[in-house]
Design a protein around this ligand. Structure first.
Ligand code: KIV
Ligand code: ZN
Length: 547
């Protein structure tokens, strides 16, 4: 990539779609990843790490789709992760090929330098690591010009050995060196000192971009990233809402607003369009099913609300009394000001959707308007968040979904376990019904859906969040299913689906009725699972564990 100008310009490397997607229970499909990538470009990030292509055919396709897409906005560099192994690097290079042809495709390769990882995980030697890093970077450079190298678990590694590996990577052509605090163990002073020593022992580091990648196990990810900048780093790896492996990564919104708000003291610049932060956070939360805690800095519901009388009094007189940032600067006011009701017309809806970044016309607008009218009849006010959920729901409803929920009933009595009946319509199977007595109403509906289709799905994850506050709030349900019953092919009664396969599939549903939202989410996951099993199987389906 062309490095943004200026010695104090910080490169924002977003890893929401890679490290963020490694959070337990998150499973984004290619369409969802692409939607997030578009929004990240609007937000103005410099690099999007789109995935780990060797991990699965789905991950490969998602990275390739993002690398091929015209994202507009900041036209970010697209990075693909690869272990220091030939197969990984080939696959990563293939996935970002189109972006690389335009000078914005990156391979990010990594290998651990800590003895803990070398001895206990890789079971090899320091010499193997040195050789592996050298070969991996050389291979990556033969495919793309932009190569990032990370010595994993660096902060628990011997600094001189890590510097030696880094120097070899630079000699082979790495253009960015990223130093991960993989297990979130370092303290800010320690991390900065470690980076300074790397500069001493690897002189080539002065000629490339130094990057920081901090995990939040001790709540220090942002502080450590800032300390890294102080030591000379000019790229920060972060994820929207701080999602990521275990306790997550440096929260992108916190880092960006820290640099923006305390520019007086810190003097760094980014290319971020801060007014896109709130929308990006809501999108990632909705698609991942990971709710944002109310008191989360910058994007939490309470980040700009004042509870105590003294605070409210002060803010009413002058916002600067208790507010260090203008909510408008992170795009919060926009969403709050946008309110529609049941008397709002098509033009108002079209205008509101355009302001939210979803320009619609013609048939699409008619469909959106119909859905809006149904919602506005049930909800007094329809906010920006509701509209975003509505649009997402329309997008989620796959055109080739075979299974459609026609009706459901659940009998719930105090003395008896709940009993659910569902009615489905399917082009392939006609009208089918199923019923089941479950542990609770949601369980009963899910099992009734299973029984209607004769499948044995395992619920891996189920979450419900309210899109806004209030009694009439929309519920958004997310479901991750594991489908497949080895050895019981006869139980599958769906065309094209055979037994003996295990796949996971996710779905989301939005409705003012929580049970209906849950049933729709479950059915969409089933639809997706069925399509996946029935569709053509891409090559190289072996799943590789994420780093
Ligand atoms: O935390 C880590 O070390 C990583 C590497 C793959 C960069 O995510
Ligand atoms: Zn990480």
């Amino acid at each position: 990539m062309s490095t943004p100008a200026g010695p104090d310009r910080v490169i924002i490397f977003d890893t929401t779609l890679r490290d963020g997607e490694q959070s337990p229970g998150i499973s984004l499909n290619a369409g969802e990843k692409l939607e997030i990538a578009h929004q990240l470009a609007r937000l103005g990030v410099d690099v999007i790490e789109a995935g780990f292509p060797i991990a699965s055919p789905g991950d490969f396709e998602a990275v390739r789709a993002i690398a091929r897409a015209d994202l507009g906005g900041s036209r970010p560099t697209i990075a693909a992760l690869a272990r220091a192994q030939a197969g990984d690097i080939e696959r990563a290079g293939e996935a970002v090929r189109e972006a690389a042809a335009e000078g914005r495709g990156r391979i990010h390769t990594f290998i651990s330098t800590s003895d803990i990882h070398i001895e206990h995980q890789m079971r090899n030697t320091r010499a193997d690591v040195l050789e592996g890093a050298k070969a991996a970077v050389a291979h990556a450079r033969s495919l793309v010009d932009d190569v990032e190298f990370s010595p994993m678990d660096a902060t628990r590694a011997d600094v001189e050995f890590t510097a030696q590996v880094i120097q070899v990577a630079i000699d082979e052509g790495a253009t960015t060196i990223n130093v991960p605090d993989t297990v979130g163990y370092a303290t800010p002073d320690e991390y900065a000192a470690f980076l300074r020593r790397l500069y001493e022992h690897a002189p080539g580091l002065r000629d490339v971009v130094l990057s920081v990648h901090c995990h939040d196990d001790l709540g220090l990810a942002v502080a450590n990233s800032l300390a890294g900048l102080g030591a000379g780093a000019r790229q920060v790896e972060c994820a929207v809402n701080g999602i990521g492996e275990r306790a997550g990564n440096t929260a992108l919104e916190e880092l960006i607003m820290l640099l923006a708000t305390r520019g007086d003291r810190l003097g760094y610049a980014t290319g971020a369009v801060t007014t896109e932060i709130a929308r990006t956070s809501r999108l990632v939360s909705r698609l991942t099913g990971y709710a944002v805690q109310p008191n989360k800095a910058i994007v939490g519901r309470n980040a700009f609300s004042h509870e105590s009388g003294i605070h409210q009094d002060g803010v009413l007189k002058d916002r600067s009394t208790f507010e260090i940032m203008d909510p408008a600067s992170v795009g919060i006011d926009d969403a709050e000001q946008l309110v529609l009701g049941k008397h709002s017309g098509r033009a108002a809806l079209k205008d509101a959707l355009a302001r939210l970044g979803h320009p619609v016309d013609g048939q699409e607008l008619r469909r959106a308007f119909d859905a809006f009218k149904v919602l506005a009849d049930r909800k007094k006010t329809v906010t920006a968040m509701d509209l975003e959920a509505l649009v997402a729901d329309e997008l989620e409803a796959g055109e080739d979904d075979d299974l459609v929920l026609v009706d459901y009933t659940v009998e719930v009595r105090d003395a008896r376990p709940p009993h659910a009946t569902v009615v489905l319509e399917s082009a392939a199977r006609g009208r089918v019904t199923g019923s089941f007595t479950g542990d609770g109403p949601v369980d009963a509906v899910f099992r009734a859906l299973d029984s209607a289709l004769g499948v044995d799905a395992r619920l891996r994850d189920y979450r419900v969040a309210s899109v806004t506050g209030g009694q009439d709030a929309l519920a958004q349900a997310s479901v991750v299913l594991e489908l497949g019953t080895p050895g019981s092919a006869e139980r599958w009664d769906i065309p094209g689906v055979t037994g003996g396969e295990r796949i996971t599939a996710a779905g989301q549903g939005v409705d003012t009725d929580t049970l209906r939202a849950s049933a729709i989410a479950y059915l969409r996951a089933l639809n997706l699972g069925v399509r996946r099993v029935a569709g053509p199987r891409p090559q190289g389906d072996a799943a590789v564990a994420a780093p």
